[in-house]
Design a protein around this ligand. Structure first.
Ligand SMILES: Nc1ncnc2c1ncn2[C@@H]1O[C@H](COP(=O)(O)OP(=O)(O)O)[C@@H](O)[C@H]1O
Ligand SMILES: [Mg+2]
Length: 571
């Protein structure tokens, strides 16, 4: 009985609930459902692109434009001359302009490049570049119009043409299409390249200088002239006059491929048979490997790839992971290189005591080749008792935010710095007068987010970083123990010098010689001893032989001859 009452009560309650429900019906919801434009999405979610605070916003704008200029110049094989200016135009409002001497952008493409998100030249190629998604610069246009209501101004002139074009562009966010406000020919001005000007709400901090200085370290072939809001002009000079070699494009490697990608590639291919498809569309697959893959997958090598069914794709994918496929070609990876990196660091930090750089041989992660480089700059005017300054780079682009989420920080913290004679408490950053540079370059860098601020700490990547750090650490340790030994010897000599008069007197007594003569000789012997020979270091030789390195034990208090610090001038 009780149970019946209880069940009845529940039924009544439920019926009441249904009756009073004021929510939407599926039909009503259907009226609200429509496509969301990518621009409108990012207008609401600008933090995903790095525009989460006004300080960062200014940096992102400078960074996106400068990275594009560097990419364009490098692709066109032009030594980049980049002019960056930030001008204050009101409370929390800045006008940012970036000009390059690159190949320029053809007239027809200008509106789409700047007025449409997800439009670019790099997305469909597996090639080492700074940019990738075709979001960078149009996101800046979006931010600028959102915060100041003003359009992006563009001047572009292509190489060899007399006239250039000037545009003013907004993004129509509901359509993700450009809205051209102004379009005109333009004759005077620079020979070729692009000049951009945009107004943004932002806050100015020294981050911009940090970004430019670090950009200059990782791009020693670039010249950057920067004018800060207070009119201070800084020139980051070129420390080498040669561009890096062109990065080769690669096809996807079978390892690490996913079902959807394999399906997409199979639908787009021109190949008619499965074996040919594998050879043509993938990296490092020759005829024998292709046959082997078909055999393991139990699929006919002549099967038309466009007709593959879901299970067949799955089988093929499985076989592609099982069969031994050669590593992807490593020419796709273009590191800075030990020689250029060393020159660059010397020129940016001319007062340092010691510099060592390491460049690891490329490794492969999920089918993508990548390489890690490390540089250590030690001593000189770097702060003594602070945590080492970590400079992180991905494809030559400095990463200034989200350090905590970055593979580089994990690798540095997991390194036992005490082994190399550097202070470290627990597993935190090492302490000492030191800059630690870590660069990951490759066809694909796994960023933790769309704003590309940190490298995802996948174990394979962290491991390579640690190996590079250890290599450089050993070199530093050799230098530091040599320096310590020299310090001890010097102390001993100073004590000897202090008592040299007494010693000379005793010796004169014993030998019946001339005291002042003996003292003179003693002093000259001590002085000779104090100008040490520089043969420090007998630490364990180490490393796994997988890296290339360069070291500069800059003599104490001697400035390298190549010193070319950023030249700062106040207007
Ligand atoms: N300064 C420039 N010179 C030449 N081409 C440029 C320049 N800036 C941008 N571009 C072109 O515009 C495209 C879109 O740029 P962007 O939105 O930053 O995307 P991404 O750099 O990721 O491709 C680039 O792929 C490039 O083709
Ligand atoms: Mg870009």
């Amino acid at each position: 009985m009780l149970r019946t009452i209880f069940v009845l009560n529940r039924c009544v309650l439920m019926a009441e609930r249904t009756a009073v429900r004021k929510g939407m019906s599926a039909e009503e919801m259907a009226k609200e459902q429509r496509e969301i434009s990518i621009s409108e999405f990012f207008e609401k979610n600008k933090h995903l692109l790095g525009f989460d605070n006004p300080t960062k916003a200014l940096l992102v704008v400078v960074k996106e434009a400068t990275d594009n200029s560097l990419d364009a110049c490098q692709d066109a094989e032009i030594l980049p001359d980049i002019i960056v200016k930030i001008k204050s135009i009101g409370e929390d409002k800045f006008r940012v302009s970036v000009q390059d001497n690159g190949p320029g952008i053809v007239k027809e493409q200008i509106p789409r490049v700047f007025g449409k998100l997800l439009y670019g030249s790099k997305f469909h190629h597996l090639r080492q570049n700074r940019g990738q998604q075709g979001i960078g610069i149009s996101a800046c246009v979006l931010y600028s119009q959102l915060t100041t209501g003003s359009p992006m101004r563009i001047w572009s002139k292509t190489e060899g043409s007399k006239k250039g074009y000037h545009y003013e562009i907004f993004i129509n966010t509901s359509k993700n299409e450009p809205e051209i406000v102004k379009e005109e020919e333009w004759v005077d001005g620079f020979d070729h390249g692009v000049r951009l000007e945009m107004d943004v709400t932002a806050r100015y901090r020294k981050w911009v200088e940090d970004y430019l200085k670090q950009t200059s370290v990782s791009n020693p072939f670039a010249k950057i002239i920067y004018t800060a809001p207070d009119g201070t002009k800084t020139t980051y000079a070129r420390s080498i006059d040669k561009l890096p070699r062109q990065a080769k494009e690669m096809r996807p490697h079978p390892y690490g491929l996913e079902w959807g990608s394999l399906y997409r590639i199979s639908q787009a291919t021109q190949s008619r048979g499965l074996a040919g498809f594998l050879v043509n569309e993938f990296s490092s697959v020759g005829a024998t490997t292709a046959k082997e893959i078909c055999k393991v997958a139990r699929l006919d090598p002549n099967l038309n790839p466009k007709t593959l069914e879901r299970e067949q794709i799955e089988k093929l994918l499985g076989a592609m992971q099982k069969v031994k496929v050669q590593r992807p070609p490593t020419e796709c990876v273009v590191p800075i290189g030990t020689e250029d990196l060393e020159k660059s660091l010397k020129s940016e930090y001319p007062n340092s005591e010691f510099i060592t750089v390491r460049s690891r041989n490329p490794e492969v992660y999920r089918g993508f080749p990548f390489a890690i480089e490390v540089g250590i700059v030690y001593g000189g005017d770097l702060p003594q008792n602070e945590a080492a300054q970590l400079q992180r780079f991905a494809n030559r682009v400095p990463l200034l935010y989200q350090a905590g989420a970055c593979a580089t920080v994990e690798a540095v913290k997991e390194t036992d710095w005490k082994r190399y004679g550097v202070q470290q408490s627990g597993s935190s950053l090492p302490v000492g007068p030191m800059i630690l540079l870590i660069h990951m370059c490759g066809v694909w860098v796994p960023f933790v987010s769309e704003s590309k601020e940190a490298i995802a700490p996948y174990p394979e990547i962290v491991k390579e970083m640690k190996l590079a750090i250890q290599d450089a650490g050993r070199e530093l340790s050799r230098y530091l123990s040599g320096k310590r030994r020299k310090g001890e010897a010097k102390r001993r000599m100073l004590i000897f010098e202090r008592y040299s008069t007494e010693v000379a007197e005793a010796l004169a007594n014993l030998t019946k010689g001339d005291k002042s003569d003996i003292e003179k000789k003693l002093k000259s012997m001590i002085a000779e001893k104090m100008t040490f020979d520089d043969t420090a270091g007998n630490e364990e030789a180490g490393g796994d032989g997988q890296s290339d390195g360069k070291t500069t034990p800059v003599k104490e208090k001697t400035k390298p001859a190549t010193a070319k610090p950023a030249d700062v001038e106040k207007k």
